[in-house]
Ligand binder design. Structure first.
Ligand SMILES: *Cc1c(COP(=O)(O)O)cnc(C)c1O
Length: 332
């Protein structure tokens, strides 16, 4: 068993989206993981149950993590650390070019400051190994000062503890409703996608799981998910039955790149708002929801299919994207 801290009040709601279902010609349900955990919630709350479980077992007093400037993972880490009486040290990476001032000061950055996190910066957004190495340097200094740091790694090659949180979520959904044909989820670092897929297959569900690429193209993401699933099988046996055909990625809303919004993403964001009162963020959930509307339109998700869309959160960042969102509104 892997040590786990309780962070998410489970189960999160599973809601039928009636008007969106009628509009898209499918039976759409929303798994409200935007309501998981503290401080504007999100999928990282489930992942953190296992990272903080490990940190607490190791007697850590400080938790270090790296992410994009508007990272939700970093913000939730700062919130959970505050609740547990630990210091959070968060490193923000410059990944997205050409963003306005609010990107650096509002949304999740503001929340991290309010939560009392110590903020470090890192110049290179595509260097996962380098970003983690900078955390190790900082941890070395902390150790020399008598502190006990715990690092939540971004790069591959570490046990994917976070994915275990989505193995739990898969079980939770099957308990709520075991009749879904299709699941749609954002695929970024890949922990959520891998854990959900493993949790479904490991508990007997044959439903299709479609990962919507938010970070890198489908080909690269497919091999990344394959590697994470293999590592997850070392933590949880249920992941060992996954076959290559189970790993399905769609990247039709990825362009023009991570954290940047194309038309399918802008349209999906406003569709969800106008037809269900559901707020999606432009970086992750509007991109993942674009897969639902696009694939329902092409028939890749067949008419009448029972679809579970995982709302992974991202709402703490909304205020930092007011320019992007206004731009989408102006074209609608
Ligand atoms: C991080 C994040 C994702 C992607 O999850 P991964 O486990 O990294 O693939 C999706 N949605 C939101 C809101 C996120 O913050």
């Amino acid at each position: 068993m892997h040590p786990r801290s309780t962070i998410v009040q489970q189960p999160t709601p599973l809601e039928h989206a009636g008007r969106l279902s009628d509009h898209l010609g499918i039976e759409l349900w929303i798994k409200r993981d935007d309501l998981a955990g503290p401080c504007f919630g999100g999928n990282k709350a489930r992942q953190l149950e296992y990272y903080f479980g490990a940190a607490v077992s190791a007697g850590a007093d400080t938790v270090l993590i790296t992410g994009a400037v508007q990272s939700n993972f970093v913000r939730l880490t700062a919130a959970v650390a505050a609740a547990l009486g630990m210091q959070a040290i968060v490193q923000l990476e410059d990944r997205v070019p050409g963003k306005p001032e609010a990107y650096r000061t509002a949304g999740n950055v503001l929340l991290c400051e309010m939560l009392g996190a110590e903020i470090m910066t890192f110049p290179e957004g595509e260097d996962e190994e380098g970003a983690d190495a900078a955390l190790h340097e900082r941890a070395k200094v902390l150790r020399s000062e008598g502190r006990t740091p715990y690092i939540i790694h971004l790069s591959e090659g570490h046990p994917p503890l976070g994915a275990l949180g989505y193995v739990d979520c898969a079980r939770e959904i099957l308990d709520q409703d075991d009749g879904f044909d299709v699941f749609v989820v954002a695929s970024g670092s890949g922990s959520t996608h891998s854990g959900l897929l493993a949790g479904l297959r490991g508990n007997g569900s044959k439903a299709r799981v479609i990962g919507s690429c938010v970070r890198r193209p489908a080909r690269d993401q497919t091999s990344r998910i394959r590697r994470i699933v293999a590592r997850l099988a070392d933590l949880w046996d249920g992941a060992s039955g996954i076959v290559p055909d189970d790993i399905v990625l769609w990247d039709g809303a990825l362009a023009p790149g991570y954290g940047q919004v194309g038309k399918p993403t802008a349209d999906a964001m406003l569709l969800a708002a106008h037809y269900s009162g559901l707020i999606l963020d432009p970086v992750y959930t509007a991109k993942s929801f674009a897969a639902v509307s696009a694939l329902a339109a092409t028939g890749d998700i067949r008419k009448g299919a029972r679809v579970c869309y995982i709302h992974t959160g991202g709402l703490g960042a909304i205020g930092a994207y007011s320019d992007t969102i206004r731009e989408a509104l102006s074209h609608s």
